[in-house]
Design a binder for this molecule. Sequence first.
Ligand code: DAT
Ligand code: MG
Length: 151
Amino acid sequence: MEMERTYIMIKPDGVQRGLVGNIVQRFEQRGYQLQALKLFQADEALLRQHYCDLVEKKFFPDLLSYMLSGPVCCMVWQGENAVKMGRQMLGATNPQESLPGTIRGDFSIVVGRNICHGSDSAENAEKEIALWFKDGEVVSWEDHSKAWVYE
Ligand code: DAT
Ligand code: MG
């Protein structure tokens, strides 16, 4: 079994629109294990690190002001293939291409207000978890439903 962690973040629009509970519920219902959760106001330095691959893009200033516009909800979810499945649950980056049933496909219309972030590789997930959480904020715990979720 490929147990993996992913960093999932609800962006300021998702928090403002009251979608935190719905998004947490989707991951819980699927069987993923919550290991960290906090509401957090990001600053520019943190976002420049988080989006280091995108700082040269034309849309970066808009992305930065969007991500600074209010608190985000930072989460760590663990489970089999959590990175890939997490991205599937989020849906395509551009909501115009996100399928219904995905978070973006159910709740958003434009790429600049696409509700959520999910790590794109296991390696980046570990980097993002270290970037957004301090020691002690991520909790490893025994999940009693595990035997009912996995063979
Ligand atoms: P994802 O968030 O699906 O991993 P990404 O890492 O390529 O996508 O981009 C990060 C965010 O930047 C994305 O969620 C929304 C914004 N973005 C990406 N491409 C964009 C574009 N062409 N125009 C405007 N915003 C864009
Ligand atoms: Mg990305």
